[in-house]
Design a protein. Structure first.
Length: 327
């Protein structure tokens, strides 16, 4: 699916491809250099290639590059923090702590609040969840959740919602590096992984960490703020993270089975009625060939989040009502 771009959008695309995209690609190459670190934890034969949105914007005909002065500012901050995440690895202690002290964990939980992180979770990183050609410094991860503004997302697709998405990416990219620095000061090795792009499949890692459950749109639904949030990670040397043994949010799938509102209201009809199971246990919920052109030409869309009942109603109230209906 493609459309004829307006003159101004053609100019934006030329500018993006000539000046911005080469810079993005340099950052991606810098990320790949983590593979060269001693004892880095790298991708496996089961890993998948990352769907790099900036590259897709550049190469696809008829798809706008949603640039405004505000979004450019936020994108530049994200790029800066992606580079910093790699450069700061040399600041890790030579013999980082392998055991999290209780006091440090408590202080971490308080510190993340000061950088506007809405919630955290802990998990090990299976190699197959690391993107092809990527690596992380440590195999234990702290997942970070940052809320977007529900009311603004309720205007999707709009310039306001697009700005809020990029604002959240910006703030979470800064927060991930601040948290990594906090951990280094405590004697731990840390590798920040900002939200844009990511080195691994954040939603699956967050699911493994017990943060939430996948909705039919493939977006993680959390008790923190429903689907209306962004994810990042900090990989850490500590091996005794308080990981959850099971995910308590599996009821969400039963709720989605009855709801299906995201499927019904997806403008390009890109959400599969039945998710497609692929190799290595991966599940695909979205037809990118339908989703991405509409996404690019309509302010990053986000209708699937907007219409989700969990965006507008408290998670636990929905759970209580749903369980009453079953009895």
């Amino acid at each position: 699916m493609s459309q004829e771009l307006s003159f101004i959008n053609r100019v934006k695309k030329v500018f993006f491809n000539k000046f911005a995209l080469p810079r993005v690609k340099r950052v991606y190459t810098l990320e790949d250099s983590v593979n060269d670190l001693e004892d880095s934890f790298a991708f496996s034969d089961e890993s998948v290639a990352r769907f790099d949105i900036p590259i897709e914007f550049g190469r696809r005909e008829g798809v706008e590059v949603p640039l405004t002065r505000t979004t450019i500012k936020h994108i530049l901050t994200c790029m800066k923090n992606m580079k910093r995440a790699v450069f700061d690895l040399k600041k890790n202690p030579k013999n980082p702590k392998k055991q999290f002290e209780k006091k440090d964990l408590e202080e971490l939980e308080e510190f993340v609040k000061t950088v506007n992180v809405s919630g955290i979770g802990f998990t090990k990183v299976p190699r197959k969840l690391i993107f092809e050609s990527k690596a992380v410094a440590y195999e234990n991860a702290i997942l970070l959740v940052m809320n977007m503004d529900n009311e603004i997302i309720g205007t999707s697709p709009s310039k306001k919602s697009l700005k809020n998405i990029w604002y959240t990416y910006d703030k979470l990219s800064v927060a991930s590096n601040k948290i990594a620095r906090f951990l280094r000061k405590k004697g731990y090795g840390a590798h920040a992984s900002p939200p844009l792009g990511g080195l691994a499949l954040y939603p699956k890692l967050a699911h493994n960490a017990g943060i939430g459950e996948f909705g039919y749109s493939g977006i993680l639904i959390t008790p923190i703020n429903g689907p209306t949030c962004r994810l990042a990670a900090v990989y850490v040397s500590a091996e005794n993270l308080p990981m959850k043994e099971e995910n308590e949010h599996s009821w969400v799938r039963d709720y989605c089975e009855q709801c299906r509102r995201c499927i019904k209201e997806c403008p390009p009809g890109a959400i599969y009625e039945t998710p497609i199971k692929k190799e290595a246990g991966r599940v695909t919920h979205i037809d990118n060939e339908k989703c991405f052109p509409y996404f690019g030409n309509n302010y990053g869309c986000t209708v699937c989040i907007k219409v989700c009942p969990f965006n507008n109603t408290d998670y636990y109230k929905l759970k209580e009502k749903f369980e009453k209906q079953k009895t």
